[in-house]
Design a protein around this ligand. Structure first.
Ligand SMILES: NC(=O)c1ccc[n+]([C@@H]2O[C@H](COP(=O)([O-])OP(=O)(O)OC[C@H]3O[C@@H](n4cnc5c(N)ncnc54)[C@H](O)[C@@H]3O)[C@@H](O)[C@H]2O)c1
Length: 452
């Protein structure tokens, strides 16, 4: 028995009527529905594996040949998906990858997991969503469910995707079903993964919500239906804006504490002892990754179109993006204390991934720090076992192995990412001067260790 669901317009509609709808729901519940996942990156590959694990036949579609070949070989390129589990699904015939969009014609459900970056002007770049939707529209057929999972501004599903799909002559809620379900995965998190993070699901009509809920219930531990796609889109942006603003606040407190000569880390630790009304966030060298530095600007862009200025988002963005400059300034002060300048010094960055224990350097503040130090004349280098190479402008820089000799030769070692694989005892004993932007040397008092 399914309860009535509220539609985008607020009216209550009894769910569960119509043969197209019923037969799609039945195929989903029997796991005989075929699922396509478009975009096999950090989000799409784990999602495809989850659907396959729960018994569906899944086809991953990507434009990158190398990813397709690796999936089909069962060779994972995403740290959160092991090659063993990928191989198991591929060998069982439940998962395959292709760049052939005509396969969409055979699919019952399609999940869109393509990137949503920002343009240089900080406007949303939804070109991958548009090109994926064009392909879906080409092969759209009666009895199909389409769900957007990419993070994007509220209104994308209703205002951008829906008209493109209805141009085919098929009608949403009757012939096909359309929803939005934000992906909330946190790469590197061992406790919460795709399958056990509650799945928020919104749809264009009540039937869209119901059929999308039916799909995710098969693979996710819990599903949270919401009344519309806009609410579902906004949920994700609230979550990421919450993080960006709180990190911005704590970064500002860190800059304040630096001026006032107060240890910000000790302040946060003591404040976190309050059992209610406080949640610790930590300062750092700046925001990174494909979500927190980007998503809030999708929201502020859309809010601006409605005549609303999102002040917190802009302010947090300013504070957070000033952090790499602050780190470079402090590295300069640390070197100055031993009568050296940035110009001509060997500066070794430890970690260029945007956060600890992940292999993703997108938007990483360490890249800005590297470039700024180099521009100031430093001889910069980096160690990161997860990022063998970084590219800045026209340069390709290779990671160095972390050795006692490398540490001894550096004039300053900067902890930019707190990878747990680093040997911090070795670092503390061999480095002449350390700037610790992550508080990995918590509790260790030494003149050679400078903290953010
Ligand atoms: N990475 C995260 O931690 C995370 C977490 C939650 C949500 N998200 C959101 O999920 C979405 C995907 O992010 P991601 O990190 O997986 O990106 P990604 O870059 O790792 O993967 C995207 C994949 O899509 C492919 N692709 C691009 N355009 C395509 C097209 N037109 N057709 C088919 N394939 C195409 C790319 O080749 C790539 O393999 C983004 O909107 C992101 O904001 C990401």
């Amino acid at each position: 028995m399914t309860r009535p669901v509220k539609t985008n317009t607020g009216s209550e509609v009894p769910a569960g009527t119509g043969t197209v709808f019923e037969s799609l729901k039945a195929r989903i519940e029997k796991r005989s529905a075929r699922i396509a996942v478009i975009g096999l990156g950090y989000v799409g590959l784990p999602l495809g594996v989850e659907f396959a694990r729960s018994g569906f036949r899944v086809t991953g579609i990507d434009t990158e040949r190398e990813k397709i070949e690796r999936v089909n070989r069962g060779d994972s390129y995403i740290r959160d998906v092991s090659s063993e589990e990928l191989k198991r699904e591929v060998r069982a015939g439940r998962l395959e990858a292709t760049d052939d969009f005509s396969k969409l014609f055979e699919m019952d459900c399609v999940s869109i997991c393509v990137p949503t970056p920002l343009r240089k002007t900080r406007d949303p770049d939804v070109s991958s969503i548009i090109s994926a939707t064009k392909e879906i529209a080409k092969y759209l057929h009666s009895g199909e469910l389409v769900v957007l999972e990419s993070t994007t501004y509220p209104g994308t599903t209703d205002e951008l995707i829906l008209p493109m799909l209805e141009e085919t002559g098929l009608k949403v809620g009757i012939d096909f079903f359309l929803g939005f379900s934000p992906e909330r995965v946190d790469p590197g998190n061992k406790r919460f993964m795709t399958r056990n993070i509650p799945k928020v699901v919104g749809g264009v009509t009540a039937k869209c919500i119901e059929v999308a809920v039916a799909l995710y219930k098969c693979s996710m531990s819990s599903v949270v239906p919401v009344s519309s796609t806009k609410v579902a889109e906004m949920v994700k942006l609230l979550e990421n804006t919450f993080r960006s603003v709180n990190i911005g606040l704590v970064n500002e407190i860190a800059l304040m504490c630096d001026k006032m000569k107060i240890d910000v880390w000790e302040v946060i630790e003591a404040a976190a002892s309050k059992p209610f009304g406080f949640m610790p966030f930590y300062p750092g060298p700046g925001l990174g990754g494909h979500c927190i530095p980007i998503d809030p600007f999708y929201l502020s862009w859309k809010a601006k179109l409605s005549g609303f200025e999102a002040r917190f988002i802009e302010l947090a963005g300013q504070v957070n993006s000033s952090m790499p400059y602050h780190v470079v300034k402090k590295v300069g002060e640390a070197l100055n204390s031993v009568c050296k300048s940035i110009n001509g010094s060997r500066v070794l960055l430890l970690g260029v991934a945007y956060k600890a224990d992940v292999d993703d350097a997108r938007e990483s503040p360490a890249l800005d720090i590297y470039q700024m130090l180099t521009a100031l004349g430093a001889e910069a280098s980096y160690c990161d076992p997860y990022i063998p190479e970084i590219r800045t402008d026209n340069l390709r820089i290779k990671a160095k192995p972390l050795t006692p000799d490398l540490l001894e030769k550096a004039d300053c070692v900067v902890i930019t990412t707190a990878h747990s694989i680093f040997d911090y005892k070795l670092i503390a004993s061999k480095a002449k001067l350390i700037f610790d932007s992550r508080n990995v040397f918590k509790g260790i008092r030494s003149d050679k260790i400078w903290r953010l």
